[in-house]
Design a protein around this ligand. Structure first.
Ligand code: SAM
Length: 154
């Protein structure tokens, strides 16, 4: 994505430091000054971001924690969503993709109010993530939603 869109900056947040290092090494090898990753927990890290600084928030294949007793470990919760809303610009978009139908239903439930669905294809060229490739190669179609926050009071 960073190679396709040199005019945009891409920042990845990943909890595993080896994956962060791999991503940054790749950005360096491909000479992409507009791509970087930081190590952190998505929900915690966002608290350090200034408001209205993000145009597109991509959340692709977050760990689904399918067992009921683990579902509180899912990153997509109200507090996380509130941080995403805060850091998105007024015209910003939250893009969600997962292969896990129950998790997708939960995401849609949490965004039922205050968010408006946008067309998934916004005209920008995209690339598939590693997980998206894996699932599509197996013939599975991921669930996707692009959402725009409705300003409070509208
Ligand atoms: C299933 S993989 C998906 C990776 C990539 N988005 C893709 O589509 O190919 C989930 C990734 O999220 C990371 N992760 C899980 N929980 C996280 C959290 N709370 N904050 C940041 N990264 C997290 C995992 O270490 C893993 O690398």
């Amino acid at each position: 994505m960073a190679g396709l869109h040199p005019g945009s900056n891409f920042l990845g947040i990943e909890k595993q430091s080896d994956r962060v290092a791999k991503c940054n090494a790749r950005a360096e090898r491909l000479r992409l000054p507009n791509a970087a990753a930081i190590q952190g927990l998505g929900d915690e890290s966002l608290k350090h971001f200034p408001s209205s600084c993000v145009s597109i928030f991509h959340l692709y294949f977050p760990d689904p924690w399918p067992k009921r007793r683990h579902s509180n470990r899912r990153v997509f919760q109200n507090e996380f969503l509130a941080e995403i809303r805060r850091i998105l610009r007024a015209d910003g978009v939250l893009r969600l993709m997962t292969d896990d139908a129950p998790y997708f239903d939960e995401m849609r439930e949490l965004t039922r109010e205050g968010w408006q669905e946008m067309p998934w294809n916004d005209g920008r060229e995209t690339v598939m993530t590693a997980f998206e490739k894996t699932f599509r190669n197996r013939g599975q179609i991921p669930h996707q939603a692009a959402l725009k926050a409705i300003p409070a009071g509208s």
